[in-house]
Design a protein around this ligand. Structure first.
Ligand SMILES: NC(=O)c1ccc[n+]([C@@H]2O[C@H](COP(=O)([O-])OP(=O)(O)OC[C@H]3O[C@@H](n4cnc5c(N)ncnc54)[C@H](O)[C@@H]3O)[C@@H](O)[C@H]2O)c1
Length: 273
């Protein structure tokens, strides 16, 4: 059980969406906040809102950049005190048809969604362990980190990595009084699809009119699917509860239950006698 009151939290992707929902819940519960994001306007909006509730510092940071991560960590700790709550949350949607994959796309999605989580952990974990103040790490994966949904091979690969890493960290860090949670959301009403589209590397020949129409329809469908999902504030409260209660998994809804059962049964059935 970790009481967040008076602790300092570092949240990647804290300028928008689920990261902002987590920031709001932590601010209300009395934690100081270091928010990191590539979206400077989002960071400014978040700070303007949250500084009424708690101490907030913001850092423009691409989670793929290890040197910048170290610098942001040092600056955050100088301003707000030792970070004992870490939220590796920044991510992109990265859905791409399997025949359109390129090394550039692999590097982009794995770089942010998986290596970003590794970089955050490697930046803060040695200090957290050495200081002996306990704490908690929350890594944002997805339901697509537990079963292949229709989120695409890039996203699924990155999120399975985050789940595996979190499950392996959990028992090892218990010895240091550091809890580990992996957040596996179903649909949450954020603008991740639009933000991903704007930031994604463009590759291949320009699309035909037919491809453009298909792409626009798929995009509209994905946006509709997420917008009927949970609010970022509801997810923020779930995350706060999981930190306080030291829960390993957070599911925001039961949408992947049947797929998990099917996958588990298939894996078990494939075992030799
Ligand atoms: N929205 C959903 O339905 C959903 C479902 C499952 C998992 N997730 C995961 O939740 C996390 C947050 O997503 P969200 O829906 O809140 O999206 P979002 O786009 O609203 O927020 C993500 C934030 O991460 C930031 N970001 C992107 N690339 C970055 C980088 N290289 N370095 C630093 N910051 C970067 C963005 O600027 C943005 O502020 C992601 O890891 C996502 O995969 C979201």
């Amino acid at each position: 059980m970790t009481d967040v009151q008076g602790r300092t939290a570092f949240i990647t992707g804290g300028g928008n969406g689920i990261g902002l929902g987590i920031a709001r819940s932590l601010a209300r519960a009395g934690a100081s906040l270091a928010l990191a994001d590539v979206d400077t306007a989002g960071l400014a909006r978040a700070k303007a809102e949250l500084k009424e509730l708690t101490d907030v510092e913001t850092y423009e940071l691409d989670v793929r950049d290890r040197a910048a991560f170290e610098a942001a960590a040092d600056a955050a700790e100088a301003a707000l005190g030792p970070v004992t709550l870490l939220f590796n949350n920044a991510g992109v949607a990265g859905g791409s048809a399997v025949n359109k994959l390129t090394y550039e796309l692999w590097d982009w999605v794995i770089g942010i969604n998986l290596c970003g989580v590794i970089n955050g952990t490697q930046t803060f974990l040695p200090k957290m362990v050495e200081r002996g103040l306990g704490g908690h790490i929350v890594n944002t994966a997805s339901g697509a980190g537990l079963v292949p949904t229709n989120a695409g091979v890039l996203y699924t690969t990155s999120k399975f990595g985050v789940v595996g890493m979190s499950e392996a960290l959990n028992p090892e860090l218990a010895a240091f009084n550091i809890g580990v949670t992996v957040l596996c959301p179903g649909p949450v009403a954020t603008d991740i699809v639009q933000r991903t589209l704007a930031a994604s590397p463009k590759n291949g020949p320009p699309p035909t009119e037919e491809q453009k129409k298909l792409g626009a329809e798929r995009l509209a469908e994905a946006v509709r699917y997420l917008q009927q999902g949970l609010s970022i504030d509801a997810v923020g409260e779930m995350v706060l509860k999981a930190v306080r209660d030291n829960e390993l998994y957070i599911h925001t809804d039961p949408s992947v239950a049947a797929m998990i059962e099917t996958r588990t049964a298939a894996i078990l059935a494939a075992l030799p006698d």
